[in-house]
Design a binder for this molecule. Structure first.
Ligand code: GAP
Length: 492
């Protein structure tokens, strides 16, 4: 898959636009357009349903983005949430020191009278044998020594810009959960093990953002902090370790369930030198993105680090009373942490297909129906026939009470189908002359419409009165093959 193809589709069809584009754009911030916001909301909705609504051991939370600055001191973000960076003294471009050797570099080769070459990362110049010592981007400037750069965005609370008013835009949603641990415990009385889930914005002043929405400076996270009694055993193993394995399996299965090809996923176990300061073990679920295998989400065992840190810094007890053992414990926490935007990118990439249909190219997004931004397109075959337009309009109105539906009469039926395929709409309903008949000739219509399925392009003819029930089946627990078997085929 080529990222440019997806970027172009996203802009052309209203999924994702560059932020503040008319002013030249804002570095690595993105706006979700009419279809993008639907897709994103659908991802968040199914994630919330599967991880909160359907689980007896989970509750939700929506904490504020601005928090007390001591939160970030206690969590370690003020001291540790840094990346080493280097600057080019000539062009002033900035790079992550640990990634600079992995970039292709620009070289003015002395052996070829200073000709300009772009040399693959890590390789020497074929002509003069030199290795990169200067800026990879301009090929002229020396790079500064590495400096630690904190990724948190600073801001000031209140009207005075002074140190006492300094705070941060949260770089992860997780801390909002830890600082509310006792509030949830007191108000909801959950028993261990239990989880608190949250979806919300996070901000990081990334040194090298890029690859479209993969790494941006403002993004959304879907995080769970799943609290476990560290003294418990499960299946003969420490409960935290067993729950960690369960969450890794469940998270991977969730992506496959909503359309990600299993072969495009793999796991990455963090080595000791890669582990975050708070983690006992971390496993990333990696996706085969166009730029190579990269992290889709991480599942960390954060132990009791965060609760203990916040208890120490705030002076408030953050423990759970174990009724059986009659003791206070600080729970361990398993943290499945996914980026909404990264998930959305993976779903789009995996769904994209270019197919040949009757000698023509068809672009289709085979998105899972629950994720598809539009569920149904209602298409009148002839917009000059008022009865067809009125019937299609009424049908749209009926269906729109339950699903996201679009009405389109701005092209020929073939083009309308292609348009819907390209944005992943699973079903189209067409109202035609046969549906309404011809009142001038005294011909009654059959009050049937055509339903077309996106992936197979199969079409059936169904009574208009049955359309809502059919979609309740198709967009619920039923399948196209079951419905297809019950109704006569329509000619494509
Ligand atoms: N609370 C743990 C935590 O935040 P992380 O690995 O830094 O862990 C979790 O982030 C997930 O958030 C990542 O796997 C990724 O999906 C998403 N994410 C992180 N930084 C991002 C960025 N700059 N742009 C888009 N998504 C990002």
């Amino acid at each position: 898959m080529n990222m440019d193809v997806i970027v172009s589709l996203c802009k052309r069809r209203g999924f994702i636009f560059q932020s503040s584009e008319i002013y030249g754009g804002t570095g690595s911030c993105w706006d979700y357009g009419p279809l993008g916001v639907e897709l994103k909301n659908n991802i968040k909705r199914v994630w919330w349903r599967d991880n909160v609504q359907l689980r007896p051991d989970m509750v939700g939370l929506d904490a504020s983005i601005l928090m007390h600055p001591l939160v970030w001191k206690a969590s370690g973000h003020v001291d540790h949430f840094t990346d080493p960076m280097v600057d080019c003294r000539e062009c002033r471009r900035r790079f992550r020191a640990d990634q600079v050797d992995e970039l292709a570099w620009l070289h003015f080769c002395p052996a070829t009278k200073g000709n300009k070459f772009t040399i693959p990362p890590g390789e020497p110049c074929k002509h003069c044998g030199a290795r990169r010592t200067l800026c990879p981007e301009c090929g002229k400037g020396e790079l500064t020594a590495p400096r630690q750069f904190n990724l948190m965005f600073k801001t000031f609370m209140g009207p005075v810009e002074e140190d006492a008013a300094l705070t941060y835009l949260r770089p992860e949603t997780a801390q909002g959960i830890f600082v509310n641990f006792d509030n949830v415990l007191q108000s909801m009385r959950p028993k261990l093990p239990f989880g608190i889930a949250q979806i919300g914005k996070a901000f990081r002043n990334e040194i090298t953002p890029g690859n479209f929405i993969f790494r941006s400076r403002e993004f959304e996270q879907m995080e769970i902090e799943f609290f476990v009694n560290p003294h418990d055993q499960l299946d003969g193993r420490p409960a935290d370790e067993r729950w960690h394995d369960r969450w890794i399996d469940d998270c991977e299965a969730w992506f496959v369930r909503y359309g990600i090809t299993a072969e495009n996923l793999k796991r990455h176990e963090h080595d000791a030198d890669e582990l975050a300061h708070y983690a006992k073990r971390t496993v990333d679920i990696m996706y085969r993105f166009p730029m190579g295998w990269s992290e889709l989400m991480g599942i960390a065992n954060r132990t009791d680090f965060d609760l203990k840190q916040h208890a120490k810094t705030s002076g408030k007890s953050l423990t759970y009373f174990d009724e059986e053992r009659k003791e206070h414990v600080v729970p361990y926490v398993i943290e499945p942490s996914a980026g909404v935007d990264r998930a959305l990118l993976a779903f789009l990439l995996d769904a994209y297909r270019e197919e040949e249909v009757r000698g023509e190219k068809r672009v289709v997004l085979r998105l899972h129906p629950e994720l598809a931004p539009l569920k149904i397109a209602v298409l009148p075959l002839l917009k000059k026939r008022p009865e067809i337009v009125a019937t299609a309009g009424e049908l749209r109105e009926t269906l729109a009470r339950e699903w996201r539906v679009v009405y389109d009469d701005t092209a020929s039926i073939g083009r309308l189908y292609r348009r819907q395929d390209e944005v992943g709409t699973p079903y189209c309903v067409t109202v035609d002359v046969q549906t309404v008949g011809d009142p001038d000739k005294g011909e009654a219509g059959d009050r049937r419409v055509t339903i077309r399925e996106r992936d197979s392009m199969e079409q059936i003819r169904v009574p208009i009165a049955e359309v809502p029930t059919i979609f309740r089946e198709l967009l619920g627990e039923g399948s196209w093959s079951q419905v297809f078997a019950r109704y006569p085929r329509a000619n494509p």
